[in-house]
Design a protein around this ligand. Structure first.
Ligand code: C2O
Ligand code: CU
Ligand code: CU
Length: 435
């Protein structure tokens, strides 16, 4: 189950189309960074340079966005910065942020969902001294889990959304973890650290363990929380990450534990059923002496009165099914080259997103990590995984969410968008320019 791991100092991520036999034992064609569906897990230490060369062997344009990373605008994989078929580009930037679990994926407008579903994505882990000093489970006991729903037809991976699905979201019936169908992992009776990424295009999971072991959330999108949060279930939307500790030591040897998604109240299209995601098979206890730390880090709250501007974004759905762009922010949908919002370099701002519709929207902002000030309507309130730094936030029907963030102090153009990748490709994305 574990994916190959690679140091970020210098690597190649050459997107190509290939034949693979991972899916249901049959051969299918997928996209791949190098030779595997899903690229290597990149690991970099704060302060290092990350250098990744991309030689595009696909027959279509692509690029690489470093989701969660603070990088210069020209390295961010903006939809306007494309690597054409046959061409190459070298991404290179310093890792200048705290430890955290991030990911990389393509961002060519209109093709992002298909390219991610077809296999282009990978995890990117940043480590730093603060995190290492906690002595969290590592090596075999630190396992990345990339959860994705795929559509398979006769063993072939297909991305064939209907008109309706290009509007609402594409839901695959086969749940994969790390690109594997029917995933399982053998574990010892001890503490594990799981870094979980929802790399699905549209599906939200309500993660839980069965039997109910519970989990300790230690981090989310932007790294460690202040203190571990004990939960029995936790929502994870497309693009979001979770860092959790799980204790298998009380489980009988040979027994099975399932990671599953439980039912939740998710509006028109999500949460109606519960289903299994993967299986853990419990092995012998290893005499582990690890004890989860009581505190992890310090999250300094950005004071609201530091904000110099408040922006409001109303999430709308325009027009009839099948009449083109449907999902908008304040009535606008994505247009290449148009500047929708201008932000002062280094400014602290509050952005409010108001979802009047009946769909879930995971909203993602490039270039920053934000804090969630409040959620009103719908679920009301903030969930435990939202107490730290975030770059993607789930907005359920009838919810209004207020975010506070400080923008980079270097100029450049970035995007923000819905991370339901069908919504994004449908135009639910705008440009902001830091000046
Ligand atoms: Cu993970 Cu702009 O996206
Ligand atoms: Cu991003
Ligand atoms: Cu959306």
């Amino acid at each position: 189950l574990p994916l190959p791991e690679e140091a970020g100092a210098s690597l190649d991520l050459n997107p190509a189309s290939q034949r693979t036999s991972i899916l249901e034992g049959k051969t299918t064609s997928t996209f791949a960074y190098r030779s595997n569906i899903l690229g290597p897990t990149i690991r970099a230490f704060r302060g290092e340079m990350l250098i990744a060369s991309v030689q595009n062997a696909l027959s279509e344009p692509t690029n690489v966005h470093w989701h969660g990373l603070k990088v210069p605008a020209n390295m961010d994989g903006n939809p306007v910065d494309i690597v054409k078929a046959g061409e190459s580009f070298q991404y290179s930037f310093p890792i200048d942020q705290r430890a955290g679990t991030h990911w990389y994926h393509p961002h060519p407008h209109g093709a992002t969902a298909r390219q991610v579903h077809t296999g282009l994505a990978g995890m990117l882990i940043i480590n730093d001294d603060e995190e290492l000093a906690l002595g969290l489970p590592a090596g075999y006991f630190e396992v990345p889990l990339i959860i994705q729903d795929k559509r398979l037809k006769a063993g072939k991976l297909v991305y064939d959304p209907s008109m309706m699905e290009t509007m609402a979201g594409y839901f695959g019936q086969t749940i994969t973890v790390n690109g594997v169908v029917s995933p399982f992992h053998e574990v010892q009776g001890r503490w594990y650290r799981f870094r979980i990424l929802n790399g699905s295009t549209a599906r939200v999971y309500n993660l839980a363990l069965s039997p109910n072991l519970g989990m300790k959330i230690i981090g989310s999108d932007g790294g460690l929380l202040g203190a571990p949060e004990d939960v029995n279930e936790v929502l994870l939307g497309p693009g979001e990450r979770l860092d959790v500790l799980v204790d298998f030591s009380a489980e009988p040897v040979g027994s099975e534990v399932y990671l599953e998604s439980k039912k939740f109240n998710g509006g028109s299209s999500q949460g109606a059923e519960s289903f299994k995601i993967m299986k853990f098979i419990i092995g012998a206890s290893s005499g582990d002496t690890f004890q989860p730390p009581g505190s992890l880090s310090v999250i300094d709250k950005i004071p609201e009165n530091q904000a110099t501007k408040v922006r409001n974004f109303e999430i709308n759905r325009m027009g009839m099914m099948g009449s083109g762009a449907m999902h908008t922010f304040n009535g606008k949908s994505y247009k290449r080259g148009r500047v929708d919002e201008t932000v002062k370099a280094g400014a602290t701002e509050i952005w409010e997103f108001d979802n009047a519709g009946d769909e879930i929207h995971p909203i993602h902002i490039h270039a920053v990590q934000f804090q969630i000030l409040s959620r009103t309507g719908g679920r009301n309130g903030i969930i435990p995984s939202e107490k730290g730094w975030k770059d993607t936030v789930l907005i359920f029907p009838k919810e209004k969410v207020r975010l506070i963030m400080t923008f980079p102090d270097t100029p450049g153009g970035f995007v923000f968008h819905c991370h339901n990748l069908e919504h994004e490709d449908d135009g639910m994305m705008l440009n902001f320019e830091i000046v």
